[in-house]
Design a protein around this ligand. Structure first.
Ligand SMILES: [Fe+2]
Ligand SMILES: [Fe+2]
Length: 299
């Protein structure tokens, strides 16, 4: 089957091309980073500030973030110590992790026209909300849920790098027809971004949770492990899309109601679904309202 002049590819052609896609150092060091950052919490903020100061890109991101979130301050925040004070260690930790991953991935996205900045807002927004959704049922043990949310759509970046013509055609057709993205990807390329992302992460021996989050984020009920986190990623992804925050490249319109009917909820709250979900809905609404402002400062 063909779409325009493009042919759908066989699995072996897809894998051969995927093998050329470079590995990203930031992803490889993620486990180490997670441990290091947990330790960082116990250090004094002055020491943390010193670490941040060594990374100019993180420094400017951090100051931009604090000034946009706290835009009502009479004098803008100019020092790292102040930023640490306002944002708290949790956000600093998440930001320290996110910055190198985004910068690494940005190297792969040059050759394909796509609203990448809005795409990053989608990814970070999903990461932030994954944490909030998961908190409905359990206290997150570390930052791995956040990372799972951040990388869930890695397959789209890998697709843009490895199959730029197919990627462009898929998004061209998606924006016109508003059809489901996974269906279009399977029809035009022969693989969808969920499977492609999982294959890429597997090839580079990344943690199982990241691989599963990429592969099952549209169908958490099929996940063999880490089901609550992956269900939270699905719900977070849908909430961010339904609110029109950023651009996921999935043009099929969805509503808040769709997000609250997602399969992930049945996984997270198998009993007494309604009452607990009503509580979750209220707190997630508040987070969704704050999200655009936060994302403005981040990317
Ligand atoms: Fe996706
Ligand atoms: Fe997504």
């Amino acid at each position: 089957m063909t779409s325009g002049s493009l042919s759908i590819l066989e699995r072996k052609e897809i894998e051969a091309q995927l093998a050329r896609c470079p590995s990203l150092p930031s992803l490889g060091s993620i486990n180490k980073a997670l441990q290091g950052l947990l330790l960082a919490e116990q250090r004094y903020s002055a020491q943390v500030a010193e670490i941040i100061r060594c990374d100019p890109s993180l420094t400017s991101r951090l100051l931009r973030l604090v000034n946009s979130v706290y835009y009502g301050l009479s004098t803008p925040v100019n020092s790292i110590e102040e930023a640490v004070f306002y944002l708290g260690m949790r956000q600093i930790r998440q930001l320290t992790m996110v910055t190198p991953i985004i910068e690494d991935f940005q190297k792969l996205t040059h050759q394909c026209a796509f609203p990448w900045r809005e795409f990053w807002q989608h990814c970070i927004g999903t990461a932030i909300l994954t944490r909030e959704v998961l908190s409905v049922v359990q206290a997150p043990a570390d930052e791995s849920d956040y990372v799972a949310g951040l990388v869930h759509d890695v397959g789209k970046i890998v697709m843009a790098w490895s199959f730029p013509d197919h990627f462009t055609e898929i998004h061209h057709q998606g924006s016109i027809t508003k059809r489901d993205l996974l269906e279009l990807e399977n029809e035009i390329l022969g693989i969808d971004h969920a499977e492609l992302g999982a294959l890429y992460l597997e090839r580079h021996h990344l943690p199982e949770l990241m691989i599963d989050a990429a592969r099952y984020h549209h169908h958490p009920e099929r996940a063999p492990r880490h089901v609550p986190i992956i269900a939270s990623v699905q719900i977070a992804d849908m909430l961010v899309r339904s609110e029109g925050i950023g651009c996921s490249g999935n043009y099929q319109p969805i509503t808040h109601d769709d997000a609250f009917k997602a399969a992930g909820w049945r996984v997270l709250l198998p009993h007494n679904h309604e009452a607990e979900q009503a509580l979750a809905r209220a707190s997630l609404h508040r987070s969704l309202e704050r999200l655009p402002l936060l994302l403005e400062g981040l990317v």
